[in-house]
Design a binder for this molecule. Structure first.
Ligand SMILES: [Zn+2]
Length: 340
């Protein structure tokens, strides 16, 4: 990694950085970057003006955020040709001169996201230009969600599920509890959950709240979670026949008081809902990824923000989630894989 892109704990000391404490260093990085990097500062200024609407569903709620700063990301062209033709914005050599980060291990760099959704929003790319694939990076996701877990939640958008750099491996992180699903998880689990496995050390629950269908995995044991991930991934890949990566979003957060991880695996039926592709007034620019599944729906278009109804939301999530029969079938296969 080119040394000039990573700030040391010493350099972040004045901003609250504490050597060895990734949560504090990460927060200090944002403070430092706001003082030197104009684009970031203006991204956070524009975040102050976002509008929010809340929608109640049966047993949970979702918020819609009108965030004009997200237009680039929400409408990003992620087809192979467009990706090949643009300069990769996560490669170190292409970062703006004022953008600096914190080295996370030898392979990752914690960076500030200049188009924030969260009050504090980070992107954590690999230092190499390697494709967005979770199978060999999942253990890093677990470590990272623990290391910054006091205040931040980590998430992953698959290459065809919302990642705006499908060609460059990266995670994102934002303030813990900002995504409504985190606080609503226990309620969702008891109202809509079906226990897939409970060993005392490991709890796996399939949840279908009639909009979203996903799996919650809870454990203190990192190795066990990795085994579960591998079994889920292989089952889903076989089920799905997708050569690249079975479509999914992942939300991972650590509960320090319980000493355990909670990971939400969100398998996907489609990348974008049909409303995204409609013409004229019928088009709704909302392309769900982890944060939207987490209960914070982002639209950069004011007109869409104003006219969005709960019926739209129900329809869109049902389109991009796995369908009920496909999800149920996947859970049958997953259970079998877990018994082996
Ligand atoms: Zn790159």
């Amino acid at each position: 990694m080119s040394v000039d892109k990573s700030l040391s704990a010493n350099e972040l000391q004045d901003f609250g950085g504490v050597d060895g404490n990734y949560t504090e260093l990460t927060r200090a990085l944002l403070k430092q970057q706001k003082t030197v990097w104009k684009q970031l500062a203006s991204g956070y200024e524009s975040l102050e003006t976002v509008h929010v609407r809340e929608f109640q569903f049966d047993g949970f709620s979702m918020k819609v955020q009108f965030n004009p700063g997200r237009i680039i990301s929400s409408s990003a062209k992620v087809d192979t040709k467009s990706i090949k033709e643009r300069k990769c914005f996560l490669c170190i050599e292409n970062l703006p001169p004022d953008q600096k980060g914190i080295a996370y291990g030898s392979e990752y760099l914690i960076l500030c996201n200049p188009f924030p959704i969260f009050p504090e929003h980070y992107t954590i790319p690999n230092v190499h230009h390697v494709p967005q694939r979770i199978d060999s990076a999942f253990d890093v996701m677990l470590d990272l969600s623990k290391d910054i877990g006091k205040d931040y939640t980590v998430f992953y958008n698959g290459p065809k599920c919302g990642a705006s750099a499908p060609d460059h491996l990266h995670f994102q992180a934002g303030n813990k509890g900002f995504m409504l699903i985190e606080d609503q998880f226990d309620g969702l689990k008891s109202s809509f959950g079906e226990c897939i496995l409970d060993t005392g050390e490991l709890l796996i629950t399939a949840i279908d709240d009639s909009l979203r269908r996903f799996i919650g995995v809870e454990s203190k044991n990192k190795k066990l979670i990795e085994v579960v991930f591998k079994k889920f991934y292989d089952t889903y890949a076989a089920h799905n026949g997708n050569a690249e990566e079975p479509m999914m979003n992942i939300i991972s957060y650590f509960l320090p008081d319980k000493g355990m991880w909670r990971i939400l695996f969100i398998p996907r039926g489609k990348h974008r809902p049909s409303h995204y592709f409609l013409e004229g007034d019928d088009k709704i620019l909302l392309s769900p990824a982890s944060v939207d599944f987490g209960g914070i729906l982002i639209t950069p278009v004011e007109k869409d923000f104003n006219r969005l109804t709960s019926e739209h939301i129900i329809e869109m999530f049902n389109e991009v989630s796995l369908s009920k029969p496909v999800f149920e079938n996947l859970m049958v296969q997953f259970k079998k894989a877990l018994e082996k």
